[in-house]
Ligand binder design. Structure first.
Ligand code: FES
Length: 162
């Protein structure tokens, strides 16, 4: 394939994967996005995280039976624990954590009641197809004065006709 005309299967950008009110602290949701299975969970302190769904140990789906503990999610099969970056932080019956015990994390932004995830620039760099990643900044300016406009409208006086 000619890399000059490469078109990614999933375009760069943010994609809504859930509404904020669907996920309370400590809850876990299985997702199917970006051509794969993912798990969305909210830590007990309130941050949403998205990881690939399958445990690197024996492949359990963390979205079905995974339990949130602090800022981590625990696998339902053999209780390995993974942090928000997908790194294994605990193997209950072992002294040593296997170096490859890591799950791919996805970027997450929560804004205006939407939880969004997307394709990271790092992944694009690895594949050699990096482009500018969209900003999540909310534009400021006239839109923030909407309330002021409403009150100005409410106080507008119409000329008397009599
Ligand atoms: S399959 Fe997840 S800990 Fe064994």
């Amino acid at each position: 394939m000619n890399s000059r005309y490469y078109t990614p299967a999933i375009p760069d950008g943010w994609f809504q994967v859930a509404y904020s009110d669907e996920l309370k602290p400590g809850e876990v949701l299985p997702l199917a996005y970006f051509g794969g299975s993912l798990v969305l969970f909210r830590s007990e302190s309130g941050e949403a995280s998205v990881l690939d769904a399958f445990c690197p140990h024996l492949g359990a789906h963390l979205g079905y039976g995974g339990k949130v503990e602090g800022n981590c999610i625990r696998c339902p099969f053999h209780a390995w624990k993974f942090d928000r970056a997908g790194q294994c932080t605990e193997v209950p019956y072992a002294q040593k954590i296997p170096p490859k015990a890591k799950i791919k994390p996805w970027v997450v932004r929560e804004l205006a009641g939407l939880i969004s995830s997307g394709i990271t620039p790092a992944a694009r760099h690895r594949s050699g197809t990096c482009r500018r990643f969209p900003s999540t900044d909310i534009p400021t300016g006239p839109t923030t004065s909407a309330g002021a406009g409403r009150s100005a409208r409410a106080t507008k006086r119409w000329p008397k006709t009599r």
